[in-house]
Ligand binder design. Structure first.
Ligand code: SF4
Ligand code: SF4
Length: 108
């Protein structure tokens, strides 16, 4: 078999009609800045924990919006809650507060 030096990602169907988006709505009520993320990626690019394993606030928020709660719970265990992502966000998203709220809602 030919080795093409890449692999295909498994299918990942996102159905916003059936996914439970309760977590995203709760988060918007408690921290309205979660609505204004423009997905620029600055938070992920400067993430302290990303030196050790792949983690990005932008990706976590995307999963919250999609209703992929189990994946969010798993990503939260990688975050160090240092708040560096809050300092670099050009939109003023209170990322650390959002991460702390998610931790309270999903882990504690
Ligand atoms: S830096 Fe701010 S605006 Fe950019 S992706 Fe992160 S949270 Fe969103
Ligand atoms: S608070 Fe978490 S996501 Fe934000 S920079 Fe620190 S480790 Fe990364």
């Amino acid at each position: 078999m030919i080795n093409w030096q890449f692999t295909l990602h498994p299918d990942h169907t996102i159905n916003l009609d059936t996914n439970d988006r309760t977590l995203a709505r709760l988060l918007e009520e408690k921290e309205p800045t979660s609505r204004i993320c423009m997905a620029c990626g600055s938070c992920g690019g400067t993430c302290t924990a990303a030196q050790f394993e792949p983690v990005s606030f932008r990706h976590i928020l995307l999963m919250v919006r999609r209703g992929e709660t189990e994946s969010v719970r798993s990503e939260l265990t990688k975050c160090m809650y240092c708040g560096k992502c809050t300092l670099v966000c050009p939109r003023g998203v209170n990322t650390r507060h959002i991460l702390a709220l998610l931790r309270t809602m999903l882990i504690n």
